[in-house]
Write a protein that binds this ligand. Structure first.
Ligand code: PLP
Length: 361
């Protein structure tokens, strides 16, 4: 199967080969060295400020979002959260669940964040800002500089969910003044799911130290403390961490994070050029390199997903909710040579030629 989902995504052969090995015992100096290198390389690739830390939550990306919401915010905070798609909405639900005072900045789904969206919240006593820099569900990348300026002016603690955008879109944690960057193994890191790395600037570590975690498993203080010696409080997804180590080394050897972002950008550009004559509207206002959102006026997106899967051996990424039958997405993260794009676009043209693009009911 050719996989154009936005996670899990195709992994390099070297990463897959590691997955075939027995899982080693991990309370050893050898595994600690792997973890310490993971921390060092992740901080470097995030352009994190000096003395930043990285911790590794065993769980999907959502587990790290929840560890951060509960570990860095309290009921004394007043958070502003961008709700412009299903992942922004998830942050909002967590703030609600954990009773952190907050306001949702609701965007019309599929539109970028603008200065005008932010200005009503200027000087209103907020303490924190939560945003999914890449709102994967809409294929949108928000304007990081705009967010950084607003947060600096209002002295807001900036929490960035970069789960799909880290290593796909440019990111400079120090320049943005972000306190937290949340990532995930199965997006642009292109490893199996199971680990959600979090990069923490020194001012975030300071915040965490003063907050008692309400949950034993997602306790960032315990993760930070154990991480000092390259360990985790509980059994981690050991194999995924070893695969992440290999992947980070491979990125480092081929030019680092910036080169990886450029590579993903080239894959996205190539797809968008090839797909220009297909009977879909691509949403290309402030697009993330990670994914392209395609809208269809007349055809059934569910049927396209199913036919590509069953007749052509390809997964694209279906959408949920109101978008479910009017749109689908094509991912560009993971190990995709440009020839994959050619195969997918040829399959979509073939569907059209065979009369298999069926009208929506
Ligand atoms: C994938 C993703 C997540 C987390 O999803 P999980 O299924 O929990 O790994 C969160 N935020 C964004 C922006 C994502 O793309």
């Amino acid at each position: 199967m050719l996989n154009f989902a936005v996670g899990p995504v195709p992994s390099a052969d070297e990463i897959r080969a590691l997955g075939a090995q027995n899982v080693p015992y991990f309370r050893t100096p050898e595994f600690s060295a792997v973890m310490l290198e993971n921390e060092r390389l992740l901080c470097k690739m995030a352009h994190a400020p000096k003395d930043s830390r990285a911790v590794f939550v065993t769980g999907s990306g959502t587990s790290a979002m929840e560890a951060v919401v509960t570990g860095t915010l309290t009921r004394d905070d007043k958070a502003l959260v961008v709700d412009g798609g299903s992942f922004g909405h998830r942050f909002r639900q967590m703030l609600e669940l954990h009773e952190i005072p907050h306001t949702a900045l609701e965007l019309t789904y599929g539109t970028p964040l603008t200065e005008a969206d932010l200005s009503p919240f200027d000087g209103k006593g907020y303490t924190a800002f939560l945003v999914n820099l890449g709102e994967t569900s809409q294929g949108i990348l928000y304007d990081a500089d705009l967010i950084a300026r607003f947060c600096e002016k209002n002295n807001l603690f900036l929490i960035v969910d970069g789960i799909s955008s880290f290593l796909a879109d440019p990111f400079d944690m120090e320049a943005l003044g972000a306190g937290v960057l949340i990532t995930g193994a199965q997006k642009a890191l292109a490893c199996p799911p199971g680990i959600a790395p979090i990069v923490l600037a020194p001012h975030a570590v300071e915040r965490i130290t003063n907050i008692k975690a309400p949950c034993m498993y997602l306790d960032l203080n315990a993760l930070l403390e154990n991480g000092q010696r390259g360990q985790t409080p509980f059994t981690p997804a050991v194999s995924t961490l070893i695969q992440i180590n290999k992947r980070l080394q491979m990125i480092e050897e081929t030019g680092g994070a910036d080169a990886e972002v450029a590579r993903t950008a080239a894959v996205a550009r190539d797809f968008r050029e090839r797909a220009a004559d297909l009977p879909f509207d691509m949403r290309l206002v402030s697009p993330s390199n990670a994914v392209t959102f395609l809208h269809t006026r007349t055809y059934s997106a569910k049927h396209i997903f199913q036919t590509l899967k069953d007749d052509y051996g390809m997964w694209v990424c279906p959408n949920g909710g109101a978008n479910a039958d009017t749109s689908f997405r094509v991912g560009h993260i993971g190990c995709h040579p440009l020839s994959d794009n050619a195969l997918l676009v040829a399959a979509l043209f073939d569907l059209k030629r065979r009369g298999l693009l069926t009208p929506r009911k």
